[in-house]
Structures are given as C-alpha cells and as structure tokens.
Design a protein around this ligand. Structure first.
Ligand SMILES: Nc1ncnc2c1ncn2[C@@H]1O[C@H](COP(=O)(O)OP(=O)(O)O)[C@@H](O)[C@H]1O
Ligand SMILES: [Mg+2]
Length: 215
C-alpha cells in the first residue's frame, strides 16, 4: 500500500523556488532518506506534508486520501508525526506529562513503557528542561510512539546529538521500522542513510534530482 504520495508539488517564497514539481510515492513501512544541499527544499517538503505551509500547486495524498486541503491539526490527527529540531517539547513539564499531553490520556504504564524504550524512564518525573538536546529529541520520539503515528517525519534528528544518543536514536528508529511505520529522514551522513533507509531522494534547488533504491 502507498502511504504517502506527492503529486507535482511546487512552493515559491517570493522569487525563491523552494520546491518545483516534486512527485514521489512512498510505500507503507518504508524509510525514505531525503538529501540535498542547504536550501534545497528538504524542510519545506516536510512543512508541506504537515501543512505548516501550503504549496502553490500540487497534491499530497496520505493512504489514498487527499490531505493538502486539510488544516495542520487534522493532518496530525490522521497519524502524521514530526520531530522538530527545537521546540517540540514542553520544558516545564515532566517527561511523563509530556507524553500525557501528546495523547490526552494519563496511562502511566504505557508512558513508562515508552520512556523505557527511548532510554529515559529513570528521568520520568524530572522536568524536560533538564534533558540534554539528544535526550529531548528522544523524548520527542516517545511522543510519536505514544501517539502511534503511522508516518513519521524526521528533520535531521541526529544533528548536534552526542554519539551515545545518536546510537539510541538509531535504535529507536529501528523499532519504529519493525512496527511497520513509514518514515522520512533528512540526514547528511551518507553511511547512516544507507544503514537506515530503503530509498533515497535527492533534492537540488527544489527539484527532485535523483531517486535511488537502497535495498
Ligand atoms: N518561510 C520561508 N520564507 C521565505 N523563504 C523560505 C522559507 N522557508 C524556506 N525558504 C527558502 O526556501 C529554500 C528551501 O529552504 P529549506 O526547505 O529550508 O531547505 P533545506 O531544508 O533543504 O536546507 C531556501 O532558499 C530558503 O531560504
Ligand atoms: Mg532544513
């Protein structure tokens, strides 16, 4: 089954073409690596999928249904989750509270199980502000896990993260893949991309320059 399809997406910011006629299909359960130089449109592509910005033209389909006409909060409710580089968590809440607000439920057992999976259960009652950058990223992974998102968008999740936490993040991505989640990963390290991804798309000045299958 096709989880995600982009049909001829274009996005301009004034005179800048961020995306031009980008089309691709991503099968459910696959991980797509998204590469390209600075300013090539990678983040804009994720912003279009989550409707943080509207494309000038083109369509986004999720599980066979057109979604680019929906507001961002409805797209999130369909099971599309995103991990931000900064600002994705609530610093003044504990780790457990961060997971509770992600689902509107207070199932502590489930939240603890997930904190354990991301390696943070021993800090469950501490404020999220006390976590390192990498740990905050892992807490965000916990949020998409407790929400049970089906499509997970990762914008450079390894950037600025310690080696140990990078390992942990890679392990967590592996778990999500085993559960059959569909993932888009923006990442610069080509070895890591090859280890993690099934397919690769390269953007060049907003155009889809190359599509490769890794396995
Ligand atoms: N909100 C915005 N307003 C104006 N220009 C933007 C905006 N977002 C992105 N751009 C421009 O669009 C292009 C693509 O940016 P971006 O998608 O962030 O690239 P990448 O993530 O590949 O580095 C760049 O030229 C960038 O300056
Ligand atoms: Mg970017």
């Amino acid at each position: 089954m096709i989880a995600l399809e982009l049909k001829s997406i274009s996005k301009h910011f004034g005179g800048v073409t961020a995306l031009e006629n980008v089309s691709f299909k991503l099968e459910q359960g696959k991980t797509l690596g998204l590469i390209g130089g600075n300013g090539s449109g990678k983040t804009t592509l994720l912003n279009v999928i989550t409707k943080m910005i509207s494309p000038n033209s083109g369509e986004v389909h999720f599980k066979g249904k057109r979604v680019d006409n929906l507001p961002a909060y409805k797209i999130a409710r369909l099971g599309i989750g995103r991990i931000f580089q900064i600002g994705g968590i609530f610093n003044n809440m504990t780790l457990l509270e961060n997971l509770f607000v992600a689902t509107n439920s207070g199932n502590e057992e489930e939240a603890e199980r997930i904190l354990n999976e991301v390696g943070l259960v021993q800090k469950k009652n501490e404020k999220a502000a006390t976590l390192s950058g990498g740990q905050q990223r892992l807490l965000e992974f916990g949020r998409v896990m407790i929400r049970n998102d089906e499509l997970i968008l990762l914008d450079e999740p390894f950037a600025g993260v310690s080696e140990g936490n990078c390992k942990k993040i890679e392990e967590v991505i592996g778990k999500l893949q085993k559960e059959g989640k569909t993932i888009i990963l923006i990442e610069h390290d080509s070895k890591r991309i090859k280890r993690i991804c099934n397919q690769l798309i390269e953007l060049d000045e907003g155009k889809l320059a190359k599509k490769t299958n890794i396995d």
